[in-house]
Design a protein around this ligand. Structure first.
Ligand code: FMN
Length: 364
């Protein structure tokens, strides 16, 4: 299969292939989509300060996450409903991630169960489980137990969806997941038949509190990563509640519009807790240079959402694998050209606010 060259090319091709409803759901954001766009622009507002005459004959992209060494700092973000992009759904994504040594975070809203996804990955890629806490806490406990049994190494607890963001593309298209596409873990939580996102979110507990994070960290038997933190004081609170990490994230611009981009929210969070727990970031990562900038600003890893969905839509498992290979290849090139062959040695001296920031020159 001849696959596109860049993430942007994948995005354009996926937009031709996907039907209007799923395309709007994947691509869209909340409100006026200001944060959606700014997630991408945030990385572009930063310039790289390269050093030269550094031996770059060996490039080392390794990072440490949850105390374990990983070959590179790119992680597949949890995203819902992969069967809308490819018939094999999350099983294809899990295999693509395993083939590229990429951690795969499986969403609670997956169109395959967590055990099924684990079984689809005989070579045993690293997997984390993203948890939405249902109103029925018994179901959440069951999901956590199933994830632990199926070899998921961490719980990524998403905390930025007490209610659904105002997603106007979905409202216009009437997007819902058809009866033919099961969402097994949502069905355990009481979901039935054709479901819109408001139907799904009505099962999620809007009363989730910090004490619940404390309980999960103490009782789940898995390290807990709190996803959806933008303020350093919340990152501190997560640390105090026993979390092993935080994901600086605005949910891909899909929840509250006009919040800070991942790139802008990251530095104060990394400053506050980066020496104590793992800080990860997501939103708008589309190039290896974006990954380099995130690491320079204090992240240990980045999560990538939509690009993987574009990969699945264009080429199934192979497409997703190619997307992950592109990002990793670009990161290696960027590290060499920036004169920092070891990713773990990046620091804030490698980036500065770009002189073109605010001028619109960073836009395509
Ligand atoms: C189509 C779609 C579905 C998503 N579903 C989930 C989800 O089920 N759980 C979750 O924690 N985050 C979900 N997210 C947010 C992603 O995990 C991630 O924060 C975001 O996509 C990162 O931004 P990017 O798409 O620009 O890389 C979803 C994002 C998209 C685009």
């Amino acid at each position: 299969m001849r696959l596109p060259l860049t993430i942007a090319d994948f995005e354009a091709r996926a937009a031709e292939l996907l039907e209007a409803g799923p395309l709007g759901y994947y691509a869209g954001g909340a409100g006026d989509e200001i944060t959606l766009r700014d997630n991408v622009d945030g990385w572009r507002r930063l310039a790289i300060r390269p050093r030269t005459l550094v031996d770059c004959s060996l490039i080392d992209t390794r990072t440490t996450l949850l105390g374990r060494e990983r070959r590179h700092p790119i992680v597949v973000a949890p995203t819902a409903f992969h069967r809308l992009a490819t018939p094999d759904g999350e099983r294809a994504t899990a295999r693509a991630a395993a083939a590229t040594d990429t951690i795969f975070v499986l969403s609670t809203l997956a169109t395959s169960g967590c055990a099924e996804v684990a079984a689809a990955c005989p070579e045993g890629g690293a997997r984390w489980f993203q948890l939405y806490v249902f109103k029925d806490r018994g179901v959440s406990r069951e999901l956590v137990a199933m994830a632990a049994e199926s070899g998921y190494e961490a719980l990524v607890v998403t905390v930025d969806m007490p209610v659904l963001g105002v997603r106007e593309r979905d409202l216009r298209s009437g997007f819902a997941v058809g009866e033919a596409t099961a969402i097994p873990m949502v069905e355990r939580g009481g979901g039935r038949g054709r479901m819109s996102m408001p139907d799904v979110v009505s099962l999620i507990d809007p009363a989730l509190r910090w004490s619940d994070i404390e309980d999960l960290a103490a009782e789940s038997g898995l390290p807990v990563i709190v996803k959806g933190v933008l303020a350093p004081e919340d990152a501190r609170r997560a640390r105090e509640c026993g979390a092993a990490g935080v994901v600086v994230s605005n949910h891909g611009g899909r929840q509250l519009d006009t919040v800070l981009s991942g790139a802008d929210a990251l530095p104060p969070v990394a400053e506050e807790v980066g020496d104590e727990i793992d800080v990860l970031v997501d939103g708008g990562v589309r190039r290896g240079t974006d990954v380099l900038k995130a690491l320079a600003l204090g992240a240990r890893a980045v999560l990538v959402g939509r690009p993987v969905l574009w990969g699945l839509a264009v080429g199934g498992e192979e497409g997703a694998r190619r997307v992950l290979e592109i990002l990793r290849g670009e990161l290696e090139t960027a590290l060499a050209l920036a004169g920092c062959p070891r990713a773990s040695e990046l620091d804030s001296s490698w980036v500065q606010r770009a002189p073109w920031a605010g001028s619109g020159a960073g836009h395509r």
